[in-house]
Design a protein around this ligand. Sequence first.
Ligand code: SAM
Ligand code: SF4
Length: 329
Amino acid sequence: MHKFIDNYKRHINYLRISVTDRCNLRCMYCMPKEGVSLLGHDDILRYEEILRITRIVAAKGVSKIRITGGEPLIRKGIVDFIRELYGIPGITDLSLTTNGILLESVAPVLREAGVTRINISLDSLDPVKYKKITRGGNLKAVLRGIRKAHAMGFNPIKINVVAMRGVNDDEIRSFAQLSVDRPAHIRFIEFMPVDKKTSWDRNYFIPNSAVQQEIQKMGKLIPLATDNNSGPATVFQLKGAQGKLGFISALSNHFCSSCNRLRLTADGKLRTCLFSDEETDLKTLIRQGLTDAKLQKVITQAILDKPRGHKMSEPSFKKCSRGMSAIGG
Ligand code: SAM
Ligand code: SF4
């Protein structure tokens, strides 16, 4: 089997699937207040179309899948879909990114459907602030979801925190403390200027170096070796802590040289780079009746065209026409 290798010798073995652009929250850094213009029923890839694309890429060595969105848990039939994904030969690693609001009730069936790893977004431990950042979210529901996920044995469970100056930077140490007290894996994600319509403002941006400095007031940060599941994060541990701390620095640190990812948007576009608007319209090709062999060729070409790296730090960088909720962060 020829694997997907791009022009920069990166082995592409990871597909992130956004199953919906809709969400039950409106996080300030991800969506505008009024929500995004939502795709219609026919604009969204049907589950069987996603399964077909997954089979095609799995035959070329893609083995890791992450389900994301929008909020994946709000799409009807998601658990049955995940179960079918897991049954595809070659898929060995199935994970999910969620805001956790609906997690408590579905955690057991997700586990049984084959999901082993889960990332939960949580930007504040204060219910009032959480509600403000997410524009309406209920922190208690997320915490119940996290507890349930622990009880069901998901491992690892990573908590994603977007640190923002003047918004939640006063909680950096509280999040870090969670990794001391419990075997929690907390990941700080730098606020990324992904799209034009959200509340991105350079003033909110805190480089992860500053987040680390703040945490170092609590003790020494010991670097840990990264593994296959670290993704773009660099991982540390506070001395004596049970858990870990990850740092994802899109703006200040290039992780492109080891990027093994493809993204499938909810409306069926294949993106080979999170920060580039270059897309391949697989949905239209599928609905025009392209054979699997031809689809595989198109995907192979898209991978060959995968850019070497993003250009976010360059003055010429233009924000993407879609936000994270539409791309699948
Ligand atoms: N709704 C799910 C959730 O919130 O986990 C999955 C989709 S969400 C788009 C995936 C991740 O993208 C979340 O961890 C979120 O914090 C992150 N994200 C969204 N917009 C971002 C931005 N502008 N900068 C950095 N991270 C962002
Ligand atoms: Fe929804 Fe996730 Fe975006 Fe928040 S980050 S608005 S939960 S898609």
